[in-house]
Design a protein around this ligand. Structure first.
Ligand SMILES: Cc1cc2nc3c(=O)[nH]c(=O)nc-3n(C[C@H](O)[C@H](O)[C@H](O)COP(=O)(O)O)c2cc1C
Length: 375
């Protein structure tokens, strides 16, 4: 389970940040928790062009890719701090990133009331139409007397607080998992005819069961993303260890929503060229996640040439580069095998050739810009 935890203050020293760091450590076996800072975001202003707000996009993206969100709010003047309110405004604006996200609220204050008034207001905000989150019901983590709650190493010293935190987190864990099941199964069964995974799809060159199609895509050594002809993210293959980590909640996003603002012009230019028919394929090579990654964009067309969408085909080709460099295949000297001739022949169109060729293509201009997308 992947969670993000938002520190609801822009102060450098914060007990609420300490609490989230503690939760990250204490619940490390149950969930991977990434702590995010609202202080990374500019103050919300509708007039700031969203297209220039890469930090906001990153924040949104991390939340999109998470199964749930924890928010730790201080209490300022019986309400939440302005920095957290501003952050929530960025999250509700345009993309409605918090929509149906499971949210757990926690809070630490100096006084005895443990942010109860701020939390009540936060709950109310999260239910507003543009935030529209699924807030964990029936559990409250209200921690007062902040200065006495943590020791110098950041451990919570009050066993009652620890037990309340554990009970509430266990409830949140179940809440998130039921939401994940809902996302996996969807509610499509209610409105669309259900196609069995055993159903066969007939192609001109053979037939495959639906479950076979799915698993073939998942087994390919390259990952696939598909943007349909309405410019919406329609599908990704569920390959293990993807270079571009995706989450089911991203399905249905517009091309603007699923790319960082800086990368958008390049992506749109590629898609426009596919729609116009001036290009069918663009490739790039770039270092990503410590790998040598080969990315291909293909125009997918029907038999009459009509544009159906754009497929992104991505893979780590580091081992192929090494194989070609070493002249070895599975540890056997390539020179003695019949495969060597074929390998030599294919060199001109292989990933290594692409890597060097890409340095001279227009696609490479966008590499640095597009790198954001993958962070
Ligand atoms: C502007 C301001 C207003 C505050 N108002 C309240 C309040 O209404 N209720 C409360 O319990 N604590 C209030 N406090 C004290 C906070 O509980 C305390 O500063 C706490 O440490 C803030 O959380 P943090 O350490 O995560 O920043 C206020 C603090 C500030 C700076």
């Amino acid at each position: 389970m992947k969670l993000v935890a938002i520190v609801g203050t822009n102060a450098d020293f914060s007990y609420n940040r300490k609490l989230l760091e503690y939760m990250k450590w204490h619940f490390r076996r149950a969930a991977e928790i990434e702590v995010l800072e609202v202080k990374q975001l500019p103050p919300f202003n509708e007039d700031l062009p969203y297209s220039e707000q890469t930090e906001v996009w990153r924040f949104n993206n991390k939340i999109n890719n998470a199964d749930g969100v924890i928010i730790a709010t201080p209490e300022y003047d019986h309400s939440i701090p302005a920095a957290l309110k501003s952050g929530l405004e960025w999250l509700s604006y345009k993309h409605k990133t918090m929509k149906e996200k499971p949210v757990m609220i926690v809070g630490v204050s100096y006084g005895t009331q443990g942010t109860s008034r701020a939390q009540q207001q936060l709950r109310q905000m999260l239910l507003s139409p543009d935030l529209n989150s699924n807030v964990l019901p029936g559990n409250e983590v209200l921690i007062g007397n902040a200065a006495k709650t943590f020791d110098k190493n950041g451990f919570v010293t009050d066993i009652k607080v620890v037990h309340n935190l554990e009970d509430s987190f266990a409830a949140f864990n179940r809440f998130v998992k039921s939401n994940m099941r809902y996302l996996e199964e969807g509610d499509d069964n209610m409105t669309e005819p259900h196609i069995s995974s055993e159903a066969k799809v007939q192609f001109r060159t053979g037939s495959l069961k639906v479950k076979e199609i799915q698993q073939i895509f998942n087994t390919l050594p390259f990952e696939i993303d598909f943007i349909d002809d309405t410019d919406h993210f329609a599908y990704y293959s569920d390959k293990p260890n993807r270079e571009h980590v995706r989450h089911p909640s991203e399905i249905g996003e517009s091309v603007e929503e699923c790319h960082p603002p800086k990368a958008l012009p390049a992506v749109k230019a590629i898609m426009d060229s596919f729609k116009l028919g001036t290009k069918d394929h663009v490739e790039r090579c770039l270092p990503l996640n410590g790998h040598k990654v080969w990315i291909n964009y293909y125009a997918v067309r029907d038999e009459n040439g009509r544009y159906l969408g754009t497929m992104e085909f991505t893979g780590n080709v580091g081992h192929l580069v090494n194989l070609v460099k070493d002249g070895k295949f599975d540890g056997f000297p390539d020179a003695t095998s019949g495969a060597s001739k074929h390998d030599d022949d294919s060199e001109a169109t292989g990933p290594v050739a692409s890597e060097s060729a890409d340095a001279t293509t227009g696609a490479s201009e966008h590499d640095e810009e597009n790198e954001d997308k993958t962070e």
